[in-house]
Design a protein around this ligand. Structure first.
Ligand code: ZN
Length: 326
């Protein structure tokens, strides 16, 4: 979990009153659609929320305990052990932590953002807080946190396993297409995606969001290609574009910076599955890190005397390329 401290935003200690919330975590959304696409957008947004809460509302500090950016980074608001201005009731603000996902309206959270909430929950649980998850509307009459997020509150999506070990000095956590798989797909971000967007007639901002994915699907359908929303070699060639070069196979692939677990849908899942199949494991190469993939990983971890958790992190990833096949 990448946890950005207050100092990252140029803020000193929070002036809010002390509290000891231990009942769980309450999910919020922005309200209006945000259209935030990058970590930098989210930093600007988070600073703006604080400014409006402090200068506009006259509050002691930004109202929320934490926020989760579209790339999954957790941003500190009031932080730990502070009374909040978020839940709308006195007991809600003193007994529960709050997290604002930087989306609004009916925008869907990104996979990284969902994982960020799970990681934050694990982080709080490691500090004695209950693992309960609620939505703002469980406290007062409000549309917050919106339909997509409230559904996830109810179906247990946010209650799944998280990595609560904070890392304040890590990279940006952006999903990027430079993983050498020769594909562009949802939530990837980078200049290499702009020519594709220009060909499709969507805004060439380098963000492969739901709009770009929908345009790829429409193009694939109209041209008799496999409709999967992923711009791979066939789709790119049809558009007159060159597929991104798959990295030369030097033998070892760098860890993509994404933990593979809990249905992670990222291009590196396919890379990992193919690698494990090449090593002789019976594993489907479908790009979805589900229970079957986790089972293979657990067996592999046991065999290689790694920590057995079924999650592909840097060590397990490296072993998949460097450990001898036995
Ligand atoms: Zn709310």
């Amino acid at each position: 979990m990448i946890l950005r401290p207050r100092s990252y935003f140029g803020w000193g200690a929070s002036g809010a009153d002390y509290a000891n919330p231990d009942s769980g975590l309450v999910i919020h959304y922005n309200g209006a659609a945000t259209g935030l696409k990058t970590q930098a957008d989210c930093v600007r947004y988070w600073k703006g929320v604080r400014s409006s809460h402090v200068n506009g509302n006259g509050w002691a500090d930004l109202g929320y305990s934490f926020g989760v950016a579209v790339n999954g980074e957790v941003f500190t608001g009031r932080g730990l052990n502070k009374y909040q201005a978020a839940q709308g009731t006195t007991s809600g603000n003193s007994n529960w932590y709050s997290v604002s996902l930087m989306i609004g309206g009916n925008e869907q959270p990104t996979p990284a953002q969902i994982q960020g909430v799970r990681d934050l929950r694990a982080y709080l649980m490691a500090r004695g807080v209950s693992g309960a998850i609620r939505g703002h509307r469980d406290f007062v009459s409000t549309s917050c946190p919106g339909t997509p997020l409230y559904r996830m509150v109810q179906d247990g999506t946010f209650g799944k396993k998280g990595n609560g070990t904070p890392n304040t000095g890590g990279g940006s956590g952006e999903y990027r297409p430079e993983n050498g798989d020769g594909l562009f797909q949802l939530y990837e971000y980078g200049d290499a995606i702009k020519p594709l967007q220009a060909k499709l007639g969507v805004t060439a901002d380098g963000y492969y969001g739901p709009g770009t994915e929908a345009a790829v699907r429409a193009y694939q359908k109209a041209n008799g290609l496999d409709v999967d929303g992923i711009a791979g070699p066939a789709t790119l060639a049809h558009l007159g574009l060159t597929a991104p070069a798959a990295k030369p196979d030097s033998g070892v692939r760098a860890w993509p910076g994404v933990y593979l677990k809990d249905y992670t849908a990222h291009s590196s899942v396919r890379t990992y599955q193919q690698r494990m199949r090449d090593r002789g494991w019976s594993i489907g190469v479908d790009g979805q890190y589900g229970p079957a993939s986790a089972r293979v990983t657990r067996q592999f971890q046991q065999e290689k005397r790694l920590g057995v958790d079924g999650i592909v992190g840097p060590d397990t990833w490296a072993a998949a390329w460097t450990a001898p096949v036995t």
